[in-house]
Design a protein around this ligand. Structure first.
Ligand code: L3W
Ligand code: SF4
Length: 434
């Protein structure tokens, strides 16, 4: 097994998290003292087109999982205002292991609000929505309080800072469905309907909320914008790599000494992240990990030096996803972990399309049988066959995500699945030593 002990991380200059440890970091007074809303003043002096170009030049890519270039997405919004334009912030954060957006909104809600006002100005939107998962009422209260503060100070509302630009911000609570993190299901939910993905195209920029031009961006994406306005595109590109520039919040959970959020340039490796997080818990060796949530194919100890940016993760056989790094040590049974994730996807499948609705049901059932000690070798091939029939044949990314843990788990740990069937035994309970 590759050693995880000799590491030396790159120096990290906090950007997105730089205010998080300041006393009362969430209050407007603190935010203003620490350069808050200076970017908005700068932005309002320029034109919307200049802002879109700046974000394009910075190379900022979406932080919600797909990594789509943010400035390019903004440029899809029509130049005219025949219909209202909307900006919708995806703060649903439901991907297992992902816990970066809620800490960001709790610690520094004004960075999101300032980013929203700048992005709305750039896209000629006069109403922005923050769609937050309903399970975090404390976060919803904090956001509402911050919006009220920003409005009272003239950063939100009518004639913002005397610019003539108007913007309302509505904080909307979701109802706890993972699928509502998919942008079009989120829009359905925001319109008051059951959240289910819509056919794309049309993309939201053409027909989104209330069939009007809409941009959906992740919290971390928009919170990066004030820093880009203040620092410039070239400064942003000093961090990360050519095609994946900028800083990123990596959420590290599981068997590490100090789980939490760690900001580092895109392209940081797990070896470096482990060093920041105090190493493996109790020194028990690493067995497997996810680079960006359970929907991203798992990695093993052989992948400690994979650069965790959008290209590096793909070249090594996974995707970056939400940089939700879940770390598992040698005490954890892979089939057990895979079963738990599959049960999640089965539960969260919205039911709209057959491959995912029926497939996740069968996958979970087979895995439960195997983990119960009643599996056969043929079950492994059946699992892979069902995965093949879901992958690329489902209506949205949830189906593809559901097969990731199974395909990658069998790819790297087939022996563990086999042993379970051959010996007809149950695996050691996961997390026994956690
Ligand atoms: C206009 C085009 N717009 C693409 C836009 C599109 C969207 C963005 C990315 O899934 C991934 C997924 C999860 N004209 C366009 C266009 N767009 N082509 O660009 O689109 P897409 O389809 O590449 O991805 P997506 O549907 O947004 C996101 C993965 O992230 N993921 C994350 C899950 C969980 C969270 C969370 O908890 N925060 O995000 C983890 O792996 O599986 O692959 O805006 O409209 N021609
Ligand atoms: Fe719904 Fe799953 Fe189909 Fe997505 S892939 S539309 S979640 S059933």
């Amino acid at each position: 097994m590759t050693s995880t002990e000799t590491t030396s991380p790159d120096p990290v200059t906090p950007v997105l998290t730089k205010r998080w440890l300041s006393p009362n970091s969430w209050q407007l007074e603190t935010y203003e003292r620490l350069e808050g809303y200076t970017a908005l003043r700068t932005a309002l002096r320029g034109t919307p087109e200049q802002l879109v170009q700046l974000v394009k030049d910075s190379g900022l890519r979406g932080r919600g999982g797909a990594g789509f270039p943010a400035g390019v997405k903004w440029s899809f919004m029509p130049p005219n205002e025949d219909k209202p334009h909307y900006l919708v912030i995806n703060a649903d954060e439901g991907e297992p292991g992902t816990c970066k957006d809620i800490p960001l909104m709790m610690a520094d809600p004004h960075s999101l609000i300032e980013g929203i006002v700048i992005a709305s100005y750039a896209m000629r939107s006069h109403h922005a929505f923050i769609y937050v998962r309903g399970e975090v009422p404390h976060c919803i209260r904090r956001l509402n309080a911050a919006v009220r503060e920003a409005k009272a100070a003239g950063y939100v509302g009518k004639d913002i800072l005397g610019s003539g630009f108007d913007l309302e911000i509505t904080v909307h609570a979701g109802a706890g469905a993972y699928i509502c993190g998919e942008e079009t299901a989120l829009l359905d939910s925001l319109e008051g309907r059951r959240g289910q993905p819509r056919l794309k195209p049309p993309f939201p920029a053409a027909a989104g909320l209330y069939a009007a031009p809409t941009t959906v961006n992740n919290v971390e994406t928009i919170a990066s914008v004030p820093f880009i306005v203040n620092g410039g595109a070239d400064w942003f590109r000093t961090m990360g790599s050519e095609r994946s520039p900028g800083p990123k919040i990596y959420s590290i959970s599981g068997h590490v000494e100090k789980p939490g959020q760690y900001e580092a340039p895109l392209g940081t490796t797990l070896r470096q992240l482990l060093d920041m997080a105090g190493g493996m818990k109790d020194g028990i060796p690493l067995k497997f990990w996810t680079p960006g949530g359970s929907s991203t194919p798992m990695f093993t100890a052989e992948h400690l030096d994979v650069p965790l940016d959008f290209e590096g993760a793909v070249e090594a056989g996974s995707i970056l996803g939400t940089t939700a790094v879940m770390v598992f040590n040698e005490t954890v049974s892979v089939p057990w972990a895979v079963m738990k994730w599959t049960q999640f996807y089965e539960h969260e499948s919205c039911g709209k399309c057959t491959p995912c609705r029926e497939g996740t049901y069968w996958l979970a059932g087979i895995l439960e049988r195997m983990v119960d000690g009643h599996g056969t070798e043929a079950d492994i091939e059946t699992l892979l066959d069902i995965c093949d029939n879901i992958l690329g044949r489902s209506f949205c990314a949830l189906g593809d995500g559901a097969v990731s843990p199974i395909q990658s788990g069998i790819k790297y740990f087939r022996d563990e699945f086999l042993a379970l069937c051959e010996k007809n035994k149950t695996p050691a309970l996961a997390g026994a030593n956690s």
